[in-house]
Every structure is written in C-alpha cells, then in structure tokens.
Design a protein around this ligand. Structure first.
Ligand code: FES
Length: 81
C-alpha cells in the first residue's frame, strides 16, 4: 500500500510535516513497515482542502489531529478487511 502526503507549500502550512511524522510513528507502532510505503508529493491541486493524502491513489484531506483516526479507519481498515 502506498500512502502519499502532499508536501506542497499550502499543505505544509496546514501541517503536512506533522502528519508525515505521525504516520511514520503509527506505521512503526503497528509494525507495518513491510506493507506500507510512505512517500511525499508536490502540490496535488487540492490546496483549498486539508492536507492532501492519498492511499493508493484515493484522495483524502486531513488535519494533523485527524491523522490517528484516519490511520486506524482508512489504512488499517484496508489492510484487515
Ligand atoms: S499544496 Fe497540497 S494540494 Fe496543493
């Protein structure tokens, strides 16, 4: 599974770095390094929304506070259907 976080300037201002750090911690905590690849991306053209994050191409918008909930619902939800 590939998770991409936008690190364009608008998303950066909304906390994309924080989201990347949180996702890295969660991936480590759940020992999912083998299954999840985290990458950064430049502007995805959706700056008006929250920080843009995609899971295998599906777009989500997050705030740093939503990262953990997002991880358990969307990421873990996809891994363990
Ligand atoms: S900066 Fe992230 S979508 Fe534009």
């Amino acid at each position: 599974m590939n998770i991409t976080v936008c690190i364009g300037s608008s998303c950066h201002l909304k906390g994309s770095r924080e989201i990347v750090t949180k996702l890295q911690e969660l991936v480590r905590k759940e020992k999912l390094e083998e299954s999840i690849e985290l990458t950064g991306s430049f502007c995805m053209g959706q700056c008006v929304r929250g920080v843009c994050v995609t899971i295998d191409g599906t777009l989500y918008s997050l705030s740093p506070e939503q990262t953990e909930g997002f991880f358990y619902k969307e990421v873990m939800g996809r891994l363990t259907p």
